[in-house]
Design a protein around this ligand. Structure first.
Ligand SMILES: NC(=O)c1ccc[n+]([C@@H]2O[C@H](COP(=O)([O-])OP(=O)(O)OC[C@H]3O[C@@H](n4cnc5c(N)ncnc54)[C@H](O)[C@@H]3O)[C@@H](O)[C@H]2O)c1
Length: 470
């Protein structure tokens, strides 16, 4: 039988906020704590602040009732049985994970503990973090029997975060004490028992009552490593197919065919074999760097990860060269850009390869009209509009009078454009697609020069029998 558990979630970003409303959706009572007063006020007022499917609806359903937002971590600690730490763990100057936000939270929790609590690492952290959190609690005077630290890494993807949280492939719980493991089992019981999926109005997804998600219980260290290893492996898959796409370009082969041929092998699988302009976002770049750094500190040769990063960095430069190959010189060229977010269906621009490409084009003297369905406001904070950079309200406005149109983010919206209208809008019908959203044959039939990743460049066939203009 599922029970209602009091949970604190510290951090109200992509992970914390989604976890908070999803725990409420599962039936628990949640206090979501953030030290950013502006954020807390916005959330209390019903503004979710981030672009996520189903999030506004869940926030509206539970805000100020089953999910309370506050800045007071001491109160949340006193009231709750489990405290999930979901603050940022950005990359430090040295390349490893900056754990200062996690430490600050641990110290604050330590000051308010009066009864047994389970402290849960939800943030992505390197192996041994649980030991540091434990040490930090003890140094702040908390008796060892008053807490346990467990690792419960989060695997949600931005854009589908709510359904990923409620329909996970697996729930990983790293706990070295049975008492703490039992609390986590109770928290996730609505999912692991399948109960949640039978409720009317439950959020749809891949799990159901007959096929609920498994909860994998491991040591805390293993759980910490599972998260870093998973992200590093996914990044590796992307870099691998990007390297293969370069090979395809050099041989006039077609990477889509190659990826399909590989992906049909059940040992490989089709996912994350989509070539592009490189991975980005707030996770893969920093997590690969942090994992590499952990290996280095332990004296383990994991240079494979250095290669993964190297290929990823080169991919953007190769794309710029592709633009140059289509336009010859770049200075003074007018470029339409579709996509600023690091991937489709999110407004997150952290480490976005699209933004890197835009910056490289601006540095080359291009002027840009950029459109993104959700990420313009965030982009403007780092790249304000200027005489050489305009933000426009739709894809056709980006194409208007441009020398070429670049597709930099795989938004679903960009796969369904009226390509004849785009052709009309462009000064020259050139599309350079960094996400392989279109079929080259179709583009050529509609009169485009179409360059994509790992596929032969496609040019409209010239009718050589037609009389020349001169
Ligand atoms: N974004 C993702 O897709 C994703 C997926 C899985 C795991 N993760 C991991 O989850 C963690 C959080 O990522 P995110 O994208 O949600 O970050 P985020 O930057 O969107 O949110 C972090 C939040 O923590 C708050 N915060 C910082 N210090 C605080 C403190 N002392 N007290 C209270 N609140 C504090 C910030 O104000 C912010 O709202 C990271 O470790 C990340 O690697 C992220």
């Amino acid at each position: 039988m599922s029970e209602n558990i009091k949970i604190a979630v510290v951090g109200s970003g992509y992970v914390g906020l989604v976890a908070a409303v999803c725990f409420a959706e599962m039936g628990h009572d949640v206090i979501c704590v953030d030290n950013d007063e502006r954020k807390v006020a916005a959330l209390q007022g019903g503004d979710s602040l981030i672009h996520e499917d189903s999030l506004p609806e869940l926030l509206e359903k539970y805000r100020n009732t089953k999910v309370r937002f506050m800045t007071d971590l001491a109160e949340a600690t006193r009231e709750c049985e489990a405290i999930f730490i979901a603050v940022g763990t950005p990359q430090s100057e040295a390349g490893d994970a900056d754990l200062s936000y996690v430490e600050a939270v641990a110290c604050e929790i330590a000051r308010s503990i009066t009864s047994y609590k389970v402290i849960v690492e939800k943030s992505t952290v390197p192996v041994y973090t649980n030991e540091w959190v434990t040490r930090s609690m003890e140094r702040n005077g908390v008796a060892r029997q008053l807490f346990d630290v467990v690792s419960n890494p989060e695997f949600l993807r931005e854009g589908t975060a709510v359904s990923d949280f409620l329909h996970p492939d697996r729930i990983v719980v790293g706990a070295d004490s049975e008492r703490a493991a039992a609390v986590l089992r109770r928290i996730y019981l609505p999912l692991t028992s399948g109960d949640y999926y039978e409720r009317s109005g439950s959020i749809a997804g891949s799990c159901n009552v007959a096929d609920p998600p498994p909860l994998l219980l491991t040591s805390t260290k293993s759980a910490e490593i599972i998260k870093h290893a998973s992200n590093a492996f996914l990044a590796l898959k992307i870099s691998f197919i990007n390297a293969v796409s370069n090979l395809c370009e050099a041989t006039d082969a077609n990477v889509e065919q190659v990826a399909r041929g590989m992906g049909l092998d059940s040992r490989i699988g089709p996912k994350f074999l989509r070539p592009g302009i490189g991975y980005g976002g707030s996770c893969f770049p920093k997590d690969v760097a942090a994992f590499r750094s952990v290996a280095e500190q332990l004296g383990i040769d994991f240079n494979l990860l250095t290669e993964v990063e190297k290929i990823n960095g080169q991919q953007k430069k190769r794309f710029l060269n592709k633009v140059r190959s289509a336009l010859w010189t770049l200075r003074g060229k007018r470029i339409g850009v579709l996509g600023l977010a690091f991937k489709g269906e999110t407004d997150d621009i952290r480490e976005s390869p699209a933004i890197d490409v835009v910056e490289m084009l601006l540095a080359e003297g291009c002027s840009i009209a950029a459109y993104d369905p959700a990420a313009i406001a965030r982009t403007q904070e780092v790249l304000p509009a200027a005489s050489n950079l305009r933000y426009v309200t739709d894809a056709y406005a980006a194409a208007e009078d441009a020398d070429a149109l670049l597709i930099l983010t795989d938004w679903a919206e960009f796969s369904n454009l009226d390509i004849d209208r785009l052709n009309q809008a462009l000064r020259y019908p050139i599309v350079i697609d960094g996400r392989n959203l279109y079929d080259p044959d179709t583009m050529v039939k509609h009169g485009f020069t179409y360059l994509s990743i790992g596929r032969p460049a496609a040019y409209p066939v010239r009718d050589l029998t037609a009389p020349s203009a001169s």
